[in-house]
Ligand binder design. Sequence first.
Ligand SMILES: *Cc1c(COP(=O)(O)O)cnc(C)c1O
Length: 358
Amino acid sequence: MNDLSRGIEWDRFHFKSALKSVLDSGFVEKGFNHAAFAAELASYLGVSKSIGVVSGIDALKLSSKAAGPQGRNLVLTAANAGGYTSTAAKRADFNTVFVDVEKGSLCMSAETIDAGLIDDVGVVLVTHLYGNFTDIQEIVEQCDERGIQVVEDCAESIGARRESRFAGSVGDFAAISFYLTKNLGAIGDGGAVVTTDAELTSKVRQLSQNGGDSKCSVELPGGLNSQLDAHQAALLTVRLPLLDSFDERRYEIVGRYAAAAVGTSITLMPADTDSHVAHLAVARSANRERAQQALRQANDMTDVYLPVPYHWQPGFGSSAVSLPITILAFREVFSLPCFPELMEEKILTVCDAIGTLA
Ligand SMILES: *Cc1c(COP(=O)(O)O)cnc(C)c1O
């Protein structure tokens, strides 16, 4: 489904020189490379600050912790986005309330969260799923009125934009992941919190340094040690200018599958908007079993990335809630290969196999 070796081969030279420059600088933690990448990323996304952390999940946790208004112990999130938001909420000492998603985008919307916005909700965590920049402006307005803060989960949507506004620049915070399979991947793990609010920035910074600004000072409870490694930052600085071309290639691949799927029994998740960066190529079928079987017979890869909705996972335990759209999607969605280095001949075989699904 994803051949990382091709990307890593390309990165070999850049990774080696990144590592060398970091070792030569003497600042193997934080230092110039760490700060330079943070500045580049903030400028690319059009936000005022970016803070490099260890992973996307740390970015979500630190954002939720810094966002939570006093005395409100609930986080509202979806149950179809990998469980990251729920895990982060738990680690930031919130309880999670799951809400349903919208039929077309499979993302939360102003409508799907409305009934859930009760007084105890402090934070709403919205995932821009599969690379889609979901329209969260309305959610932000709805939450602002109630003193609730919005964290965008942009782990799958870095680079997605609408009218030159980027995913990650609308809510109070955004969390980004540089895990190696993401659209902007490190060789290993990495993440960032971005925000436009200076006060929130310093809170996140303190929380990412065990809760304080200087050594052994603890101003905020519940911090952790989470810094993006300087060598990953140096590599990401080289890769960032290439992100748009990676995203375009992914988008093009999904477009090819979508064209092949016209008139068949499967549909591709909407890539008909240019505010989509196609992190995954996700198809839907009322008869997923049969569709996947046909693809496997044609020797093509297919997978179901998230087989269980998160309100049914024992670790999250909220199975009583009713999320009909989420559950239907869990039965119908499956993924097709989609990464920038995917070979042309492979795309053609996948398209041929899709064409047989009458
Ligand atoms: C990958 C991912 C994360 C977590 O990122 P890590 O860097 O792996 O911790 C969070 N949310 C979504 C939607 C993801 O796909």
